[in-house]
Design a binder for this molecule. Structure first.
Ligand code: SF4
Length: 344
């Protein structure tokens, strides 16, 4: 047990490599804070990455290590949380298979993200069994640990509903095996990219959590600002300025207020503000960058952490699967010999 509360929190993220500020403020920062209050398990979802990257899986393992190095750099503590890799706990696949027996097709086809992603991800063939079954694997990830809570933002509560439905259906057949996981509402500020759209690697507008200072300076200089502020002498509008959203996340309140006042009075230009933001960001992210470098100084250290975390997760998964096999009628050790029918 890690946190001060015995309630279990589980969350995971697809292994897509180093994390960006959107991932940090939208999820990882909350994960770090939850460590003090709950028994937390966090995993890198490398099988989930394969649902879309199956044709070229060459980057999946490296992306997994890159992501976890950033998580730990951001403050996830392997002593307080169980940090593991999905594929290192193969019991997830077994539970996924058993859950797939009882999950109605219609439930999967109506998951809103399923159709959206098929439409949005154009260069990959996602008309596969694995991609359709994504929510079943997700359910197995969560209920395997009998998680009480899954941290989500308000707009993601619906995503958890199918997990709750599948758990409920399992329990209705086999008894009260799995608690229905509840959403744990956590603050998830919207983090824009440098171009004002949602920050996303696929848009090429992201700033990495452990990016080097020169790249941060360059990206801040490219950042979109108030589109109506054409000349230096025009008053600006921090409330609509894309760059100011970053001040809200990173800059101490008094300094931020001062920038807003000077912006509205046209006393500060956008180029100067970009420079201020860049230095603020570099300072804010410096400890993350330092921790990542320390962690990766010896690559085996990170792998050892992941193997140890996955072992801990696996102990719990094995216990769950013993119970699951028993209730679905696959506990052969418990079968009395008289139950085997004689040849006729
Ligand atoms: S001065 Fe700063 S807050 Fe004001 S419009 Fe320019 S970048 Fe945005």
């Amino acid at each position: 047990m890690t946190g001060s509360n015995s309630k279990i929190v589980l969350s995971g993220m697809r292994s897509t490599g180093r994390i960006h500020l959107g991932n940090y403020f939208g999820a990882i920062k909350n994960w770090v804070e939850l460590q003090d209050r709950y028994d937390c398990l966090y995993f890198a979802a490398d099988w989930h990455a394969l649902t879309t990257d199956y044709a070229d899986p060459s980057a999946v393992a490296a992306n997994t290590l890159d992501a976890v190095a950033d998580w730990i750099a951001a403050g996830l503590d392997p002593e307080r949380s169980v940090i593991f890799v999905q594929s290192m706990v193969p019991e997830h696949a077994e539970l996924h298979l058993l859950l797939s027996m009882l999950t109605p097709l219609g439930w999967l086809e109506r998951v809103p993200t399923y159709k959206d992603q098929i439409r949005e991800i154009e260069n990959k063939d996602l008309a596969t069994y694995g991609f359709l079954g994504y929510p079943v694997l997700q359910t197995s990830d969560i209920i395997m640990y009998r998680a009480h809570y899954v941290p989500v933002g308000e707009d993601q509560v619906a995503h958890l509903e199918i997990t709750r439905e599948i758990a409920r259906r399992f329990n209705s057949f086999y008894g009260d095996v799995f608690p229905e996981p509840q959403p744990l509402l956590t603050p998830t500020p919207k983090v824009p990219g440098i171009d004002g759209r949602k920050m996303s690697k696929s848009y090429g507008n992201a700033i990495g959590l452990t990016e080097d200072p020169d790249t941060i300076r360059r990206k801040c200089m490219e950042m979109f600002t108030d589109p109506q502020r054409v000349r230096r002498s025009d008053p600006g509008r921090p409330e609509v300025c894309n760059l100011f959203r970053f001040h809200e996340l990173l800059t101490p309140e008094a300094e931020r207020e001062d920038i807003a006042i000077r912006c509205r009075a046209a006393e500060i230009g956008c180029v100067d503000d970009k420079k201020i933001l860049a230095e603020t960001m570099i300072e804010y992210l410096a400890p993350f960058r330092r921790r990542r470098e320390e962690l990766l100084a010896d690559r085996d250290t990170l792998l050892d952490v992941l193997r140890a975390g996955s072992e801990k997760a696996r102990e719990r998964a094995i216990a769950t699967m013993e119970r699951v096999r028993a209730v679905v009628g696959l506990d052969y050790d418990a079968l009395p010999v008289e139950a085997v029918t004689e040849p006729t």
